[in-house]
Design a protein around this ligand. Structure first.
Ligand code: NIG
Ligand code: FE
Length: 422
């Protein structure tokens, strides 16, 4: 049934002709309508405006059956677009978390066969069904925090069979979940133990066996490579991105998390939709990103969890770049997909203004998944993925009041998925 939300305190991120993304100074622009209504028709945004225009609008609608929601004191936002997650995984890894507290680094743990390889060993022995049953509640959980679109990566397989298994799970999630999902093939997430010292042979396997099979089953939208110190080199990355591009897989890569790895420049060179992490971003990287069409994507959850220095978000925005914020939801470096927390971290740790952080998690996040025509703003014709907040005094209250769920009702594809209550 169509939905009419009335008496909205503030309708946030509303635009008749939205840009594909916001960059630099424009990131602090967040258009709103105060005291607004929003009409949702058949899964799409059908109209909006100030309450003063509601009666004439109602006349246009005639006698259509509607579900009306009175949102007095509440705000309405487009749902978060989380452009980087690994939320299909076989098991949590809290023992490594304890090891980290004891002083081991992410790289120490990886060298010992922990980390990503630990997850890969478990993926090999769980069924597609189990992976699916575990992942679905995670999707439901992030939706309750307001996420409406999410990218999910493979990369805990690291064998042809297990990578395909993960991607088939993501395909089933796409079919069964109301969230909009994009799938990324991340066969080059880590180098399996048996390939240590002959890493190029693993790269050959990704290129000659995995990519063609992934493409023939149409299992992925994007290709990712962890291009960083101790993982894949620029040369490895280039070879894999070229192979992926032949099959229409657009790159979205892990870059510059552990060092000035050249990953950012490589991503830009191959037309990556996004480069993600970016803790090691200097002037050369910022220059490479300018005007490139590659969305720099920061993952505050991973930097927080691993105790890393934050990416220079302020410097990047001040240099005129766009930024997206994403959760990196995964069992090793960011075991949370709560985008509300990510936005608060964006403001507190990265000195982003609330408006900048909200742009980074809506429109720019959509752009980092190639979904900016469909999602990320309140625009007539876009998909009706929106949430209604609890009562709140201002937009800045959203990142400020971190730690509790400020989302009360989530609407995906024009349907209320779960009134979360109080
Ligand atoms: O994005 N940086 C590489 N990959 C993941 C970590 C995955 C893991 O530790 O399981 C990330 O942080
Ligand atoms: Fe990641």
């Amino acid at each position: 049934m169509d939905i009419l939300i009335t008496h909205i305190k503030t309708l946030v991120q509303v635009s008749d002709t939205p840009p594909a993304f916001r960059a630099g100074q424009d990131m602090s622009e967040l258009p709103v309508i105060n005291d607004a209504y929003l009409y949702i028709k058949g899964g799409r945004i059908g109209g909006y405006g100030p309450m003063s225009g509601l009666e004439p609008f109602r006349k246009q609608l005639g006698t259509r059956k509607l579900r009306e929601i009175n949102a007095t004191g509440r705000m309405v936002f487009p749902c978060w677009c989380d452009a980087h997650t690994h939320l299909v995984y076989p098991a949590s890894r809290e023992m490594e978390y304890v090891d980290k507290i004891r002083g081991l680094s992410y790289e120490d743990i990886a060298k010992r066969g922990g980390g990503i390889l630990n997850s890969a060993a478990r993926t090999a022995v769980v069924s597609e069904e189990e992976l699916f049953e575990d992942a679905m509640p995670r999707l439901e959980e992030i939706a309750r925090y307001g996420t409406g679109a999410v990218e999910i990566k493979s990369g805990y397989g690291l064998t042809t069979e297990s990578e395909l298994k993960m991607l088939r799970v993501i395909r089933r999630l796409k079919e069964r979940s109301p969230l909009t999902i994009r799938a990324t093939f991340l066969g080059a997430h880590s180098i399996p133990m048996e390939y240590r010292g002959r890493q190029h042979e693993y790269v050959d396997l990704v290129i000659n066996e995995m990519i063609p099979l992934v493409a023939s089953e149409g299992l992925a939208d994007f290709i990712d490579v962890f291009c960083d110190k101790g993982f894949f080199t620029v040369e490895d990355t280039e070879r894999m991105l070229m192979a992926g591009l032949k099959y229409g897989l657009v790159p979205k890569i892990h870059a510059n998390e552990l060092d000035y790895s050249g990953g950012i420049q490589t991503g830009v060179k191959y037309g990556a939709l996004s480069v993600d992490h970016l803790e090691y971003t200097g002037d050369a990287e910022i220059e490479a990103l300018k005007g490139s069409g590659t969305m720099p994507t920061i993952l505050p959850g991973a930097a927080f969890f691993l105790g890393m220095p934050p990416a220079p978000a302020r410097k990047m925005i001040d240099a005129g770049l766009p930024l997206a914020l994403a959760s990196d939801f995964n069992p090793g470096s960011s075991p949370s997909g709560n985008m509300q927390l990510i936005i608060s971290m964006g403001c507190i740790q990265y000195r982003m203004l609330p408006e900048e952080a909200i742009n980074a998690a809506t429109l720019n996040g959509a752009c980092a998944m190639g979904l900016e025509q469909e999602l990320g703003t309140i625009t007539v014709g876009k998909m009706a993925n929106v949430f209604i907040t609890r009562e709140m005094p201002s937009i800045a209250f959203f990142p400020y009041y971190y730690g509790s769920n400020r989302v009360e009702t989530v609407i995906l594809n024009g349907k209320v998925i779960r009134p979360t209550g109080r």
